[in-house]
Ligand binder design. Structure first.
Ligand code: NAP
Length: 411
């Protein structure tokens, strides 16, 4: 099954039975460092995760795999089958960032991983850790989890270059068949949004909200302009609500008409917002938003903007979730200009690991990691990105992780 890597002999596999993960005390977890600053942040995060796992009597058996430049050197391929097979076999993986060329070059490896493994939800929690810099007066009000659709929309990768045979044929076809005029010098992209993919994403977001006792799920879309893709996203979302969760949710309209604005006990509210309005609402009415479900492109934009409210890209964790499978990665990219300098903030990768622990059911260890990171920042120990904003004791990537480990040990 593997060409150039070998799974560790110790440790056990995570299984998936009856729709649930079965996690041993010593799971084998594949990981890769990826490109750029991945080499700095992934090893730092792994040290923290090992300490936190030990604190609850667990041990992770890491399985090193390859993607990006490093994989290209070893396999002549940026995303070898070995890596995809390891994730398929062991179900939960930790990744570092991967570089994607802009304009030409190869397709995004990140997008490919999500599509090939059908990791249909990009789940990004955005919460405030005391002490991190924020442009908001009340950053403590920020506590959202974004569920971004991960497999379709303009990210499906269906596009053709200006002047290519395909682009010209599509332009001709649209003119002849539908009387639609498109300039001949246009690049063409296709934006598919399906009922199937929308419904499974919204279902996952609602299930998460119910399990975690959240108050609301907001469907975010640009349906006033893109009626049959983004507008349909909203309509299909409400269909899932009616068909599958009728007894545990109320819509905003029902909330005001029947309940005087008070959420009935044990229920969650379903809202919908147009995307551009949502960008200002997360700034002005932050505490009204909780779990959000979004199509791919809006979700990408909004999650970076939301991350900026609570410390920026150096802090924000993320994950890609499918049925019985999860690949965990920070929101940030490979920031090549800082690669190998022991400079950048490993917090995003560390909190990504905390999110992975939550997914494994290791809630206590996850909370401890968050607490230890918060303590570290409050002690004024910071990497350059936070130092630029709040000053303090400037340290490198490794030293920051070591301080987090010390704080973990004190819990
Ligand atoms: P980026 O790598 O996220 O970096 C943008 C800026 O964010 C950095 O210059 C830095 O800001 C800040 N930053 C990012 N990570 C940080 C960290 N750990 N600590 C402190 N600051 C951090 O975005 P990009 O420059 O747009 O993209 C670079 C490459 O990464 C591209 O090839 C892109 O396609 C790829 N990418 C990959 C992923 C992924 O693997 N999932 C995600 C996004 C982008 P300052 O310079 O202002 O300090």
């Amino acid at each position: 099954m593997y060409e150039k890597i070998k799974p560790p002999e110790e440790g056990r596999k995570i299984e998936y039975k009856d729709g649930k993960l079965v996690v041993p005390d010593n799971p084998i977890i594949p990981y890769f460092e990826g490109d750029g600053i991945g080499k700095d942040v992934v090893p730092a995060a792994i040290n923290v995760l090992n300490t936190a796992a030990n604190k609850i009597g667990r041990e992770i058996v890491w399985f090193k795999t390859f993607a990006g430049e490093e994989a290209y050197k070893l396999y002549g391929n940026y995303l070898p089958n070995d890596t995809l097979n390891a994730i398929r076999e062991f179900r939960v993986a930790l990744k570092g960032p991967l570089t994607t060329p802009v304009g030409g070059g190869f397709r995004s490896l990140n997008v490919t991983i999500r599509q090939v493994l059908d990791l249909y939800a990009n789940v990004r929690p955005i919460y405030y850790l005391k002490g991190v810099p924020s442009p908001l007066k009340h950053p403590e009000k920020v506590d959202m989890v974004l569920f971004r659709e991960n497999t379709e929309d303009v990210y499906a990768g269906i596009e053709w270059q200006k002047g290519s045979d395909e682009a010209l044929r599509i332009i001709k076809f649209l003119k002849e068949e539908f009387g639609v005029e498109i300039r001949k010098d246009s690049g063409i992209g296709v934006k598919p949004i399906s009922e199937f993919a929308t419904k499974r994403l919204v279902r996952l977001a609602i299930e998460y909200a119910l399990e975690n006792k959240r108050q609301s799920v907001t469907l975010v879309h640009k349906g006033n302009i893109m009626k049959y893709t983004e507008g349909a996203f909203r309509d299909w979302g409400y269909e899932v609500v009616r068909e599958e969760f009728g007894d545990v949710v109320v819509t905003e309209k029902e909330l005001w008409e029947n309940y005087n604005g008070e959420i009935p006990k044990g229920k969650i509210v379903i809202k919908d917002r147009i995307a551009d309005n949502m960008f200002q609402q997360i700034l002005t009415r932050t505490d009204e938003y909780d779990v959000l479900a979004l199509p791919n492109l809006n979700g990408d934009y909004l999650s970076d903007a939301a991350a900026g409210l609570v410390g920026g890209l150096g802090i924000a964790p993320g994950s890609n979730i499918g049925d019985g499978m999860g690949v965990f990665e920070p929101i940030h990219g490979s920031a090549p200009k800082y690669a190998g300098q022991n400079k950048v903030n490993p917090t995003a990768e560390i909190l990504t690991g905390a999110l992975m622990f939550e997914y494994l059911g290791w809630k206590k260890a996850s909370e401890m990691i968050k607490k230890a990171v918060e303590m570290t920042v409050q002690q004024g120990i910071v990497t350059y990105d936070l130092h630029r904003q709040i000053g303090g004791n400037l340290v490198g990537t490794r030293e920051f992780a070591e301080a987090v480990i010390e704080n973990l040990d004190s819990l």
